[in-house]
Write a protein that binds this ligand. Structure first.
Ligand code: UDP
Ligand code: MG
Length: 332
């Protein structure tokens, strides 16, 4: 009897609970494309027509163009395109905030179950998109586009990227894959986590690596820019690189410690040497020579104190950066 009551209760329990796994509906999941735009008027119509061509199998899609303070006709072109295409959404930032904040702005407004970020200049070929989506459907939360060639970049960019990523991979807390840029797919869960991190340094690729979800790569040949010039000036590239290094590597912080140890070790070595020379060989060292040795040791101590200070300062810095990363002027 007791057993029967238990069974009935269990049965009721099962029936009254809302289903954890809702029945699958026939609508395909929404795919969002986040595309930062800075003076890409000539590329936009070609990009949209290519996207429409390769994504016909995914009727549930949105193209979220983030206008990052374009000064050419990009916004007008986008408005025109939007009039003829219900999949287009436009996010207009008040001014140029830079590629990474623009990406972040797009991520914060994308609705998709999967969100793909790509450039507007056709260097991230739309033809690869179905491969991204199928890899995501097979369970990868992050799918990176990986460049097979860097021919489209100048020798300086290639060399600096190589050295930089070596350094970053070696010394950062999370490993950022090589030959990977911002052409990637993120699952909704990753996007939510990314936004919840509330990190103010918008080095998206570092944050994605930091989250550490299961990931996959889609290899592709990177073509030359379709039209216009790169918007990444040397200064912008340098500041992005510095941002990545400072936010995702503790190496610069360790510099004080490293110099301090070297300086103290050198000082100690000379100190032992002159003590030995004085005691054993009865060599007389003038005061200034002793002072040089102590200078080494005190300098070392200073370096170590600086290192301790920098550790504190970096923690304060991270907590106090509360300026908004982007300001949206209009959302259509
Ligand atoms: N971009 C942007 N804001 C900027 C610089 C670039 O939104 O301040 C956009 C640009 O329109 C393009 C993408 O970011 O869609 C990548 O920029 P770019 O092609 O100039 O970089 P590269 O491919 O040379 O690294
Ligand atoms: Mg480009």
């Amino acid at each position: 009897m007791l057993f029967l009551a238990k069974v009935i209760r269990t049965k009721n329990f099962i029936q009254t609970q809302p289903s954890l796994y809702p029945l699958k509906t026939n609508t395909s999941p929404l795919i969002s494309l986040v595309i930062p735009v800075c003076n890409e008027a000539e590329n936009l119509p070609i990009l949209v027509s290519k996207l429409e061509e390769v994504l016909t199998a995914y009727p549930n899609r949105e193209y979220l163009f983030v206008d990052d303070g374009s000064t050419d006709a990009s916004v007008e072109v986008l408005n025109e395109l939007q009039a003829g295409n219900k999949n287009i959404r436009i996010l207009k930032l008040t001014r140029n905030f830079g590629h990474q904040p623009a990406l972040y702005a797009g991520l914060s407004r994308a609705n998709g179950e999967a969100v793909i970020t790509m450039d507007a200049d056709l260097q991230d070929p739309p033809e690869c998109l179905p491969r991204f989506i199928s890899s995501w459907k097979s369970g990868n939360k992050v799918v990176y586009g990986r460049r097979k060639n860097r021919q489209s970049d100048g020798w300086f960019k290639r060399l600096s990227a190589r050295v930089y990523y070596r350094l970053l991979t070696k010394y950062s807390t999370s490993s950022i894959p090589e030959h990977v840029g911002d052409f990637r797919l993120l699952d909704r869960q990753v996007v939510d986590d990314l936004l919840a991190m509330k990190r103010k340094d918008p080095f998206v690729r570092g944050m994605v690596a930091y989250l550490g979800y299961t990931h996959d790569f889609v290899d592709y040949e990177r073509p030359l820019r379709n039209s216009g010039d790169t918007k990444y000036t040397f200064a912008k590239m340098f500041s992005l690189a510095l941002n990545g290094l400072l936010s995702f590597s503790t190496l610069p912080l360790k510099l004080g410690l490293f110099l301090g140890i070297i300086s103290i070790a050198t000082g100690s070595f000379f100190l032992l040497y002159i003590i030995y020379d004085t005691l054993i060989n009865h060599e007389v060292y003038p005061l200034y020579k002793w002072l040089v040795v102590f200078l080494f040791m005190f300098n070392g101590l200073m370096f170590i104190l600086l290192w301790i200070l920098s550790e504190y300062v970096s923690r304060l810095f991270r907590q106090n950066q509360d300026k908004p990363m982007f300001v949206i002027e209009k959302e259509q």
